[in-house]
Design a protein around this ligand. Structure first.
Ligand SMILES: NC(=O)c1ccc[n+]([C@@H]2O[C@H](COP(=O)([O-])OP(=O)(O)OC[C@H]3O[C@@H](n4cnc5c(N)ncnc54)[C@H](O)[C@@H]3O)[C@@H](O)[C@H]2O)c1
Length: 364
């Protein structure tokens, strides 16, 4: 199969859908890979590296879309790409259809087969192509929090790990899923005094077993949160209720009980945020201050570390890409139920329940 990788043209997107290592695997499986010139440079992968593992280079985005049987991307096609997608072409990327009627209509009209990373499922019901980005965001949350705790950046002036003879910095993590677990590991590794809260007691038992001694687990409740934020230096919001807006765990009036310079990193901002005063920010201007409390609420945190994010994403997508390329999408989806959950739009029809519920009346 001829697999095409266009450069990402969405604003500030530096990731690419395939690393040179991924190309090598596809070539080993007998496929051809066409990479748009310069597509990997934002992630630190130069054209010469792709050529050395057997890829060929496309001169333009048009050429890649025209020639490829399968298009591999990171972000959903933007308007400029709508007319490039062809009938029967397989497009494998993050789509998030429910948030864009224009995109959904364009893909229905194109007659392409659209498999969305975000709805592919593993056998235990988890979402294997969302996990890597949560892992990146969780680890980054501590790195960013530590930075904004510095006085010149308006933080409290606390070093998270402290030094001998000083108290450790206190980190409170709300939500002990993928983001929360990775954040706890990083904060604990720095030597901070870490508390992780969740409403799932099973999850807390698991975390208590695997985390080092400087991590305390605690049931998440209004009372416990109100108590803990008074002494926390860094609070990380990492909750998720699948399919729903994030619950508001820290309300505006609660900021008054925190010490000036406390840093809030609301990773759940992409689901509305679990801190009432959070609103989405960008890497250009990541923070704002309310009541002397520093808020960091970047909605696409992994975008700041495209080298790591690209490798993490490719590690997760590649096994599915190989199945799709080796067997064709129909056989691959028949044999792998989890992959078939990724089918969202097929040959002009919406085939995913949630997307259909969002749009079918308008598109009928
Ligand atoms: N900003 C970004 O760049 C970025 C990147 C990746 C993920 N995210 C977001 O981070 C959030 C967390 O993702 P995840 O992959 O860790 O989800 P997850 O499902 O693995 O974990 C969520 C956890 O929150 C817990 N929870 C639910 N309600 C709670 C409450 N009231 N108090 C405490 N815990 C509660 C759940 O029990 C679960 O353990 C999601 O909103 C996700 O979209 C943001």
């Amino acid at each position: 199969m001829l697999i095409g990788v266009p450069a990402e043209i969405k604003n500030s997107e530096n990731r690419v859908a395939l690393t040179p290592a991924g190309v090598a695997e596809l070539v080993k499986n007998g496929h051809q890979v066409l990479i748009q010139k310069g597509a990997g440079s934002g992630s630190g992968f130069e054209d010469s590296e792709y050529l050395s593992v057997g890829a060929s280079l496309g001169n333009s985005i048009q050429e890649v879309y025209d020639r490829a049987e399968m298009i591999l991307k990171v972000k959903e096609p933007i308007e400029l790409e709508y007319n490039l997608v062809r009938k029967n072409q397989l497009v494998f990327t993050y789509f998030h259809f429910a948030s864009s009627q224009a995109l959904t209509e364009a893909m229905v009209k194109s007659g392409a087969v659209c498999i969305a990373y975000e709805t592919v499922e593993a056998s235990d019901g988890s979402l294997p192509l969302l996990i890597p980005m949560s892992e990146v965001a969780g680890r980054m949350a501590v790195q960013q929090g530590a930075k904004y705790l510095e006085k010149p950046l308006k933080g409290k002036g606390v070093l998270l790990g402290g030094v001998p003879g000083t108290p450790r910095g206190k980190v409170l993590i709300l939500g002990g899923g993928i983001v929360g677990t990775q954040a706890a590991k990083m904060a604990a590794g720095l030597g901070a005094d870490v508390t992780i809260m969740d409403i799932d007691l099973q999850r807390l038992r698991y975390l208590a077993d695997i985390m080092p001694a400087n991590v305390t687990t605690m049931m998440s409740s209004e009372h416990n949160i109100a108590q803990s934020i008074q002494s926390a230096d860094l609070v990380i919001g990492a909750v998720l209720i699948p399919g729903a807006k994030a619950p508001r765990l820290i309300r505006k009036e609660m900021l008054k009980s925190m010490k000036p310079g406390t840093v809030l990193v609301d990773v759940a901002v992409d689901q509305g945020g679990c801190i009432e005063t959070c609103r989405p920010t960008t890497h250009e201007e990541p923070t704002f201050i309310i009541d002397d409390i520093v808020h960091y609420c970047v909605a696409n945190m992994p975008g700041a570390v495209p080298y790591t994010s690209t490798i993490a994403l490719t590690n997760a997508t590649l096994p599915y890409v190989i199945q799709l390329a080796n067997k064709g999408w129909e056989t691959a989806c028949r044999e792998n139920v989890g992959l078939s959950k990724g089918l969202n739009v097929v040959n002009g029809e919406i085939v995913h329940g949630a997307v259909a519920d969002a749009f079918e009346p308008q598109l009928a």
